[in-house]
Design a protein around this ligand. Structure first.
Ligand code: AHR
Length: 500
């Protein structure tokens, strides 16, 4: 049997977890908004047309912030189309996803939904077809108290109090040739600088996120980040990262090693931010917003066959299997291990579109990836400990050496709680782990959850919603300050320990 050791010292800490690392994303895309969070006439809808069954599941996930309204969609969007009386709102073609947008749902409805979901809004502005002026108008509509054209328009629309939106994305994936209004790094860097400047003049309390590369494979990766930051450093607080993974080749060991790629991506972007910081001789540090991450590949073939210009089609509806949940668990561990620099992260997306939550006209259910997110969001809050892991490794096709054990230990000092999240990536063997916790006297195990399944491709569906669900573990002990546990092959684990 394989063995691994986690070495920990209570004085060696990475940093405090910013709860916004458990953010998510709702785009006007497929059935995310329509039939996902909003479906007037549904038996599950409340008086505002919001799906209450979905709201319940979103609240379960404790998502602190949700990015909106895109994504590729935002780069051609006119936010004014989605506010005011519904019968006056125009339907428009959305070139990004080749569908019809009815605009029956817009920013005010989203703010209302966010309040019901106990979450904050992270708003993206259109820097594709529009620019600083429109971003400023949108901010004025959202955050200005009253007595100006756009703030009074908001009041006229029935929203007396400002929305006080704090986090603003300056465009979306502007390096991507597929993006409406795609820009060179210099064009975007200058636009982001001027947009950020004008927005912060209007409301200095906001924070802004500049677009980094759309993924690590972009040919402009690296030079894009450097050029953009050189131009807009003083006007931005975060740089974005986006990355999706898939197992199209059917190589599960390699797929599970994708978190190594994610880890390297994060380290590289930190290096670039700090290189620009050093060159500018400034004390200001740019942190990271990993505002799109997930598994995405199952729905690609179906999406290529979709007829164009329909309304709310079944688009990007990945049905997640058990191995996807393992990788999502690992990606969350990776994000946490970078808690000192990754301050915001958004699981893309939240409902129906590459999402942990699915809906039909008859109900809502949890996909496999719901579970690692649920537990990590609930119990992954506190201080991340800087652990050393001694574990066997395997050679993955794409990412080189990958540890069989992926893990992170969180110390919640307020609650006297220690939580270990771990994934055993071995497809053949169980893993015996040990961890000397004698510095944490009087702790005991209060919860041990395991997510595993004999079939890596097992899925949850509306008819069989509980096929892949966590169970309580029996094989962990904390005796005389030594934690030992047996992690079954291909499993995700959470062990919570509290002071007696
Ligand atoms: O999340 C789906 C899409 O992926 C987003 O619209 C875009 O930003 C990314 O390419």
């Amino acid at each position: 049997m394989k063995k691994a050791e986690i070495i920990v010292d209570r004085h060696f800490l990475i940093g405090d977890v910013d709860k916004r690392i458990f953010g998510s994303f709702i785009e006007h895309l497929g059935r995310a908004v329509y039939e996902g969070i909003y479906q007037p006439g549904s038996p599950f809808a409340d008086t505002d047309g919001m799906r209450t069954d979905v709201l319940e599941l979103v609240r379960e996930l404790q998502v602190p912030v949700v990015r909106y309204p895109g994504g590729n969609f935002v780069s051609g969007y006119h936010w004014e189309d989605g506010v005011g009386p519904k019968d006056l709102r125009p339907a428009r073609p959305d070139p990004a996803w080749q569908v019809i947008e009815t605009n029956a749902f817009g920013l005010n409805e989203f703010v209302t939904w966010a309040q019901k979901a106990d979450t904050e809004v992270m708003m993206a502005v259109n820097l594709g077809t529009r620019g600083p002026e429109d971003a400023k108008n949108l901010l004025e509509y959202c955050n200005f108290e009253s007595g100006t054209y756009y703030s009074d328009l908001r009041k006229k629309h029935g929203y007396e109090k400002p929305h006080h939106i704090k986090l603003w994305c300056l465009g979306n994936e502007m390096d991507g040739p597929w993006q409406i209004g795609h820009k060179t790094a210099v064009e975007y860097g200058r636009t982001a600088e001027e947009t950020g400047r004008m927005m912060k003049m209007l409301d200095p309390s906001i924070e802004t996120v500049a677009c980094g590369s759309s993924n690590l494979e972009m040919p402009t990766f690296g030079s894009w980040e450097e050029t953009v930051l050189n131009l807009c450093y003083d006007q931005v607080d975060y740089l974005s990262l986006h990355q999706y993974y898939g197992n199209a080749n059917g190589d599960t060991a390699d797929f599970l090693a994708s978190s190594v790629g994610m880890d390297q991506f994060i380290s590289s972007v930190i290096s670039i931010c700090d290189c620009v910081k050093a060159k500018k001789r400034t004390n200001k540090q740019i942190n990271l917003s990993f505002d799109e991450w997930n598994v995405w590949y199952h729905s690609n073939d179906a999406d290529a066959k979709l007829p164009k210009w329909s309304k709310a089609p079944h688009q990007l509806e990945d049905i997640y299997n058990f191995e996807d949940a393992l990788l999502v668990g690992s990606m969350l561990i990776t994000l946490l291990r970078h808690a000192d620099r990754v301050k915001i992260a958004c699981l893309a997306q939240l409902v129906n579109v590459i999402a942990p939550i699915m809906t039909s006209d008859t109900g809502a259910w949890r996909q496999t990836i719901f579970y690692p997110f649920f537990y990590t969001s609930r119990y992954g809050r506190g201080t991340v400990m800087n652990t050393i892991v001694e574990a066997p490794v395997y050679e993955s096709r794409t990412y080189g050496d990958a540890s069989y054990l992926d893990s992170v230990l969180i110390w919640n000092q307020e609650n006297d709680e220690l939580t270990l999240f771990a994934v055993n990536k071995s497809l053949e063997e169980d893993l015996e782990i040990s961890c000397d916790l004698r510095q944490f006297t009087e702790y005991r195990i209060v919860d041990h959850k395991i997510l595993t399944h004999e079939n890596l491709k097992a899925v949850n569906t509306e008819d069989h919603p509980l096929e892949v669900t966590p169970v309580s573990g029996q094989n962990a002990a904390l005796d005389s300050g030594k934690l030992t546990a047996l992690f079954p092959k291909h499993s995700w684990q959470m062990i919570r320990m509290c002071k007696k």
